[in-house]
Design a protein around this ligand. Structure first.
Ligand code: FES
Length: 109
């Protein structure tokens, strides 16, 4: 006889997915200061957030490009001075920073 047990170990359906920040480190974004943006995120992000440099995100010329997953929120022309606001408002407060959104994927917010 088989007992059917509820799948109590299903993967984290009740938990909020951890956020991941990708900061493009490819050529064009690096010329626009992406290394400093990545360093600023690494200095400020909390333990629950994974920060990684990424290869080209396909939006060259609008960088430094930042992609927040799993939210699929894109930020363009991110300046290191803006990173504290993004960390506080989006990563900790789960609210998009409207004025920094990438217009192509988030037309007016
Ligand atoms: S180099 Fe950053 S999006 Fe292409």
């Amino acid at each position: 006889m088989e007992s059917i047990s509820p799948s109590s170990d299903s993967p984290a359906t009740s938990l909020v997915s951890p956020k991941c920040v990708r900061v493009c480190q490819n050529r064009t974004c690096r010329k626009q200061g992406a290394a400093k943006v990545l360093a600023a995120f690494e200095a400020l992000a909390t333990l629950e957030v994974t920060v990684t440099g990424s290869s080209c995100l396909g939006q060259c010329g609008n960088g430094p490009m930042v992609l927040v997953l799993p939210d699929m929120v894109w930020y363009s022309r991110v300046h290191p001075n803006e990173v504290p606001l993004l960390v506080e408002q989006h990563l900790r407060g789960s609210q998009r920073v409207t004025q920094m959104l990438y217009y192509r994927f988030h037309p007016q917010g």
